[in-house]
Design a binder for this molecule. Structure first.
Ligand SMILES: [Zn+2]
Length: 271
């Protein structure tokens, strides 16, 4: 699991996905995959317009539309590849803070109002298998290990847990805001439903949404399943707690599907 070929190298604007993981789920046309060590993902658009070979050479994938700022994208990718970040370090917040500024969201005021904290992204994420939809599930290293162990223990008890969503970036959350703004909603209206970019536990790789076969994703009905009962009894053994129980102090709706390594989150640095 700590195998470097299963590690995602994360930066503010780009993610470097190991080719080996991409090969495993057939996300890309094979013509683009030859000799590639990494696929470079544009965090804003979600596409993979470039690759970096095992020899460290950057190349565009012609069949995929280039990002808005190709030069900036290329240098962000190469910078992340050569950066000597240690496991456990986080991505600088400059990009997020300027995005919040553009949305006219004051992070300190928002934190005070909601009791939520600004949460940086980890500089490394680890492959934790596939989610319900066959997408790669990325989590912080110890969370990936704990999830894998918990999944096996549940299976041993005849319970199938399904991951719905793990790591989600600041830029992903920002994309939700941009789409809703384009549809004419105001920032204040969006904030009633979505956490401000930077304030979702999914940014840390310590949280994931869980469901069970045949159950809809992110629905309160999950609380009536044997999978939920199993999680309630055993989740803490693996460090997982439900972040948003009924009547939580953050004013977030009851989310029986959202579990996080709460201990690690509470220990995370406050902003
Ligand atoms: Zn969640």
């Amino acid at each position: 699991m700590s195998d470097a070929s299963q590690q995602l190298l994360n930066a503010a604007l780009v993610e470097l996905w190991p080719q080996r993981v991409m090969d495993a789920n057939g996300l890309l046309p094979p013509a683009c995959d030859e000799n590639a060590g990494w696929r470079v993902r544009d965090k804003s658009g979600g596409l993979f317009p470039a690759r970096i070979t095992a020899q460290g050479e950057f190349a565009w994938c012609p069949e995929i539309a280039p990002p808005a700022d190709p030069a900036g994208f290329r240098s962000a990718a190469l910078e992340r590849l050569t950066a000597h970040t240690e496991l456990g370090t986080t991505v600088p917040l400059d990009d997020l803070l300027s995005c919040l500024d553009a949305l006219q969201v004051d992070p300190a005021q928002y934190a005070t109002r909601t009791g939520l904290r600004l949460l940086p992204e980890p500089s490394h994420l680890h492959f934790a298998g596939f989610d319900r939809y066959g997408r790669s599930l990325w989590l912080e290293l110890h969370t990936a290990l704990a999830w894998t162990r918990m999944l096996a223990a549940a299976a041993n008890d005849g319970i199938t847990l399904e991951a719905i969503s793990g790591f989600r970036s600041h830029r992903y959350q920002l994309g939700i805001f941009r789409r809703k703004l384009e549809r004419g909603q105001t920032v204040a209206e969006i904030l009633q439903v979505n956490a401000a970019p930077g304030f979702s536990e999914h940014h840390t790789g310590l949280a994931l949404d869980i469901s069970a076969p045949g159950e809809p994703a992110a629905e309160e009905s999950f609380e009536g399943t044997p999978a939920f009962e199993w999680l309630t009894a055993n989740g803490a053994t693996y460090g997982f707690t439900m972040s948003y129980p009924r009547d939580n102090p953050h004013g977030i709706v009851y989310e029986p599907w959202h579990w996080a390594r709460g201990h690690a989150l509470r220990a995370a640095e406050s902003f």
